[in-house]
Design a protein around this ligand. Structure first.
Ligand SMILES: [Zn+2]
Length: 123
């Protein structure tokens, strides 16, 4: 478990890694923020047009400067960095492989995550 979250994991607990740092988590968070705040986001138009959001939409709109998309990407990077830093600090692995939808995020996202992990690790 990484932190408190606004929805429970499929396993029944709250705050599991995948519910805070995954493509699904990003989409749920962006939709949650759109539904529970007055924030205006270009993601709302995408959601209305396509009937769904994809992680790629969020990364693309963050790159275009959309505040909600940027907040969602930064939140995902933070929790991914916390999870990776925890693994590093306990196990000191040589490699950590990232799979799933977030793995397609691109260099700017992983540069952000690497930077955060660097500040959280002991070594
Ligand atoms: Zn879980």
């Amino acid at each position: 478990m990484i932190g408190e979250n606004f929805y429970d994991c499929n396993c029944g607990r709250n705050g599991c890694f995948e519910t805070l740092a995954s493509a699904t988590a990003m989409i749920k968070y962006a939709l949650h923020k759109m539904n529970t705040s007055d924030a205006v986001s270009s993601l709302q138009r995408i959601y209305i047009e396509k009937g769904q959001l994809e992680a790629k939409d969020i990364f693309d709109h963050a790159a275009m400067g959309d505040a909600l998309a940027i907040e969602t990407v930064n939140r995902t990077a933070k929790y991914l960095a916390i999870g990776i830093a925890n693994i590093y600090n306990i196990l000191d692995p040589e490699i950590i492989a990232i799979g799933g939808g977030v793995s397609k995020a691109g260099d700017s996202f992983f540069d952000l995550v690497r930077n955060m992990v660097g500040k959280m690790t002991i070594v």
